[in-house]
Design a protein around this ligand. Sequence first.
Ligand code: ZN
Length: 293
Amino acid sequence: MPKEEKKQAPEGFEPSMFENVEPICLFDDLFYVGNRVVGIHILKTSEGLVLFEGTDNPDADEEILQPGLKKLGLQNEKILALMITHGHFDHYMGAAKIQGRTGCPVGMSLEDTAYLSWADENMGPDIPRELPRITRILKDGENLVYGDHCVYVMAAPGHTPGCLNFCFDVHDCGEIHHVVMMGGYGVFGPGNYPDGAYPYGVQWAVDQALLFASSCVKTWEYCKKNHCDVYMNPHPHLCELIEHAEQNRHRKEGEANAFVIGTEGVRQWISERFHVCIESAQKFTDIQVPGRN
Ligand SMILES: [Zn+2]
């Protein structure tokens, strides 16, 4: 996210989107705490909790996680790990304090462990330099076992150089569902920074956009093969999380969980991301495809 988006509600975002929502039970073993823009997904395993993401709030532990766990009745569960999809401030800022209190391992890719400390978009004056200590380097293709659950780590670079997806199973009314949580959602480049201060140059932006498009293909190939039927993103507005939660509030016995969108639904989300990347690559350069512009 460009640094300009941190201080005030960015264009297209109502300030109310940054108010915390009531904790959400998505599945029997998956929960969400946070606001309508970013938050923490909580996977409940037989041995404790796995947290995904650290949000953009340095005090997320006190203000979001602890009260959220209490409302969900999960306050006595051990926190087994905190995994971060990528090294942007709005994903790791609350991680340091969660780690400080619980001592949980914090995982990220090797590339983004470096990226988070030098990325220009993490250097805003309002962004504290309180970085989590990355104690677990997450690698492409590894399966991490936590009690009765398993988290598959997939490298999906482009949004950042070491952006990750996480895939895991969840349960609902005795049925098993396969979740893909996509860490990235697009690529910033020249034109996305209002003051024209994009720091990395056109070549980097186009490379990253095309790399992320390729990661979308990789993600889809995995989802197709593994019949993923639930699509998640750390940003609720990028996976209709709040809307689906609202649908589930009126769910009657025997009705489907609104978060289960089927493999075709997953394909559509990934496809949308793919096209955003291709269009971005086009926009970032003045070399244009004939007949397209
Ligand atoms: Zn990001």
